[in-house]
Ligand binder design. Structure first.
Ligand SMILES: [Zn+2]
Length: 302
């Protein structure tokens, strides 16, 4: 998952925008041979990710990532499929990116599960008597008045469905909005994918920006195919979204087209059940596989 207010503020719904992949000209296509795909299961070990009613994000990520990897291996026996983790092990986000880069990945696919905080409600619960004083010294007088009383309760967040993230170029104005967002609210569970230790390092920033520009079109194309695939499956798609501010380390730090797939909401019962089922996990893996197949066809010009 990634935190909600940020999604709301900064995500741009892109899937509805007509898009032609003009940037993928023929010379780029010749060099676009897909050789190595990095499959990244989000979180792991002590980093549980989001919590549902009965399951953890990290376990769903691993199950789906392993199924996806198997399907990719079967579909593309000539491709190298590498995993950032194959067990319930804590995996540092910086390491994930380094692993992908040092293995010269041509595609980075990160599998995650979304979560939305419960919704807070305030209900009128009658009046209570409040005591207050006026005046000073001997003129001090005690008064009472009735003030409304509220009880607070929470209900499940109705957010559901899939969304796929790509990293977008740095923009200072949105960065400021991010800083203003109430990320410290206890209702907002922050994700370990959010923060990178030395994101302000100028050298890294320059590299990340370059990579973003270089791989944006391809990342966007794959992300669009993934969401189209989910729609074809009958899932509710929230679209392709991009993050512009301090954000998803694994997307920003990988020197290759990369996407982060939020496969559903663990906080939404139907999604949680689906993502914990064999059928649901296989469907998600098949959907991503279909997107990769399409991506391969387009980028390799076949
Ligand atoms: Zn996550």
């Amino acid at each position: 998952m990634i935190s909600r207010p940020l999604n709301f503020l900064l995500s741009i719904l892109l899937i509805a925008v007509p898009f032609t992949f003009t940037a993928l000209n023929s010379s780029a296509q010749q060099k676009a041979q897909l050789r190595t795909i990095i499959v990244d299961a989000g979180h792991g070990g002590k980093a549980t990710g989001a919590k549902g009613t009965y399951s953890y994000e990290k376990d769903i990520c691993l199950d789906i990532a392993l199924k996806l990897g198997k399907k990719l291996e079967t579909e593309f026996p000539d491709l190298k499929i590498l995993y950032t983790r194959t067990t319930d092990a804590y995996t540092d986000n910086r390491w994930r990116a380094d692993f992908a880069n040092s293995n010269k990945g041509d595609l980075f696919i990160s599998i995650h599960v979304n979560a939305a905080p419960k919704i807070r409600h305030r209900k009128f619960a009658g009046y209570r008597t409040q005591t207050y004083y006026t005046g000073k010294g001997s003129k001090r007088k005690k008064h009472t008045r009735k003030v409304p009383r509220y009880t607070v309760y929470y209900t499940d967040n109705p957010s559901m469905g899939t969304e796929t993230y790509i990293w977008a170029a740095d923009r200072a104005d949105e960065k400021e909005e991010f800083i203003g967002a109430d990320v410290n609210s206890p209702e907002v569970e922050l994700d370990s994918t959010e923060y990178a230790p030395d994101i302000t390092d100028p050298e890294f920033k320059a590299k990340a920006l370059l990579w973003t520009k270089r791989y944006f079109d391809k990342s966007y194309m794959l992300a669009s195919f993934v969401e189209e695939s989910f729609i074809g499956e009958g899932r509710f798609s929230r679209g392709v979204k991009q993050r512009n501010e301090k954000g998803i380390w694994v997307l920003q730090a990988t020197a290759m087209p990369s996407v982060l797939v939020e496969t559903g909401f663990i906080t939404y019962k139907k999604d949680e059940d689906y993502l914990n089922s064999e059928a649901g996990q296989n469907a998600v893996a098949d959907n991503v596989l279909a997107a990769v197949k399409k991506y391969k066809q387009v980028t390799e010009g076949k």
